[in-house]
Design a protein around this ligand. Structure first.
Ligand code: GLN
Length: 306
């Protein structure tokens, strides 16, 4: 009889084999991730409960999920969630899945802005009374991962996040709401900085962006999982990867306050050229920051103090 019962352990083994045959490079990770999602159990709980039978609903969810994963769909689209720094975000097809390298963009921005972290000794109403006085604009926000992390991790930061894609704007607003950041992050549907209010122009502390930056020729070589499922609007940076960056730079230079800075994630082959573009547009100093794999990844460009 037990051969007919689908337990967590039996399912884990079967899914791992199925996904390996379909070319999944990390079949065990995928299987565990899908099982966690279907059962609501943590990784650790799954292993402690390998003999637990799966319910018909759990089996249905797993069959559908493993089929999609076997066809090469990213796990985050299947589960509908992605972790980014200290937050969980909803994700879905049509919007770029947050990447680990973008977490570095956020650290670089946070480390350059005045900060105040919530303190356990703060009375609750004190914490709420903190005014958000640091102005940040996040261009091409996608899921809203950068904007939400900045506001979540530093209660002084207020963000205007923009995206030209309606799907992104809708999802970013959902994420802002789910994280309780309505008072801190406003999401605007517009091309780059066009929809940022006049009152902010010249008063912005930081402009941050993870724009589409993959050179078109490189796009053909990205993994099928990315190419076939993620939006090319979020990836394609034109012939040299800097098409969108070139449009961001003059706007950012005009919109930043003196002493403010621009921080942009870019393709590893383009940072020197990007730095030259920023200096030619009037930025005083530039710095290139590497990602965890040691590749040039983030450009910081400072506007001179007046
Ligand atoms: N890092 C992403 C990738 O290589 C690209 C993100 C982007 O173009 N903004 O898939």
């Amino acid at each position: 009889m037990s051969a007919d019962i689908w337990t967590i352990g039996r399912m884990l083994e079967w899914m791992q084999g199925y996904l390996a045959k379909r070319g999944d490079e990390s079949p065990l990770v995928s299987a565990r991730w899908l099982l966690s999602h279907a059962t609501g159990l943590s990784n650790m709980q799954l292993y402690l409960d390998l003999k637990r039978p799966l319910s018909p609903e759990e089996l249905d969810a797993l069959r559908a999920g493993v089929k999609r994963r076997g066809a090469g769909e990213p796990l985050q689209y299947i589960t509908g969630t992605a972790s980014f720094r200290h937050i969980e975000l909803s994700v879905r097809e049509g919007v770029l899945i947050p990447r680990p390298e973008t977490e570095i963009l956020v650290s670089e921005v946070l480390s350059r802005l005045p900060s105040r972290r919530y303190n356990v000794s703060d009375a609750d109403d004190d914490a709420e009374a903190i005014e958000r006085t640091v102005k940040v604009v996040d261009l091409c926000t996608g899921t809203g991962c950068v904007a939400c992390s900045l506001a979540h991790e530093n209660p002084l930061i207020e963000v205007v996040a923009t995206d030209v894609s309606v799907a992104c704007v809708e999802l970013a607003r959902e994420n802002v709401g789910a994280l309780g950041l309505e008072g801190a992050v406003a999401v605007v549907e517009c091309d780059l900085g066009q929809g940022v209010s006049e009152a902010w122009l010249g008063a912005i502390d930081a402009v941050v962006s993870n724009p589409p930056y993959v050179p078109t020729s490189v796009l053909a070589e990205v993994p099928a999982e990315v190419r076939d499922h993620e939006p090319s609007l979020a990836l394609d940076g034109g012939p040299d990867g800097l098409d969108v960056f070139r449009r961001i730079v003059p706007w950012a230079h005009a919109a930043l306050k003196s002493g403010g800075f621009l921080a942009v994630e870019l393709h590893e082959t383009t940072l020197d050229e990007a730095a030259a573009i920023a200096r030619a547009a009037g930025f005083a100093a530039t710095k290139v920051v590497r990602d965890l794999a040691g590749r040039s990844r983030v450009l910081i460009a400072n506007k001179e103090e007046s």
